[in-house]
Design a protein around this ligand. Structure first.
Ligand SMILES: [Zn+2]
Length: 145
C-alpha cells in the first residue's frame, strides 16, 4: 500500500504565511480549494490534491472581538478575529488588523473586502506544539482592502 503523501503540510503552510503568501490545496476531482490544508478535499473528500497559491483576497463574512486570549498571550487582547471568504471559495479564520477592535461595527466590517496582510506571529505555547515551528505560528492576518 502506498503511504499517504501530504501535498501541503501545516509547516509549509505556516512558512508561506510568514512570506505573506497563502497556500491551499486544489482538488483534482472537483476543482475546489481547501484552505487551511487538510488531509482530504474539504468539498468532496478526494486525496487528489495539489498545493496552490491563493490571491489572499476575500471579504469579511463575520467577526468578533475577543478580550480573552490563550494563556501567555494576554498582551494580545483585545483582538479582532474574522472569518474571511476567499475569492477562490474557502473560508478561513484570521485576525483583522488596522481597525481599532473597540470601534469594530457590523456596518463598518460586514462584507467588506480584505487582503492578506503581514502575518501576526504567535510564539510557541504549551498547547499548540509550536516548538517544532521555529519562530512560532504565523496567524492568517487581513486588512481592509
Ligand atoms: Zn474535491
Amino acid at each position: 500500500m502506498k503511504p499517504f503523501e501530504y501535498k501541503l503540510t501545516f509547516k509549509d503552510f505556516n512558512a508561506s504565511l510568514r512570506k505573506n503568501k497563502l497556500l491551499a490545496l486544489t482538488c483534482g476531482s472537483c476543482g475546489k480549494h481547501t484552505c487551511p490544508p487538510k488531509l482530504v478535499c474539504h468539498e468532496c473528500g478526494s486525496t487528489d490534491l495539489e498545493s496552490t497559491a491563493l490571491s489572499g483576497k476575500g471579504k469579511i463574512v463575520t467577526f468578533t472581538v475577543s478580550y480573552v486570549t490563550a494563556l501567555g498571550r494576554e498582551g494580545e487582547a483585545p483582538v479582532l478575529i474574522t472569518m474571511v471568504e476567499l475569492e477562490e471559495g474557502p473560508w478561513i479564520l484570521g485576525n483583522l488588523v488596522g481597525i481599532d477592535p473597540d470601534r469594530a461595527t457590523m456596518e463598518a466590517l460586514m462584507g467588506k473586502p480584505v487582503r492578506l496582510a503581514r502575518a501576526r506571529m504567535l510564539p510557541p505555547d504549551q498547547y499548540s506544539g509550536g516548538k517544532e515551528l521555529k519562530g512560532g505560528f504565523a496567524r492568517p492576518t487581513f486588512s481592509l482592502d
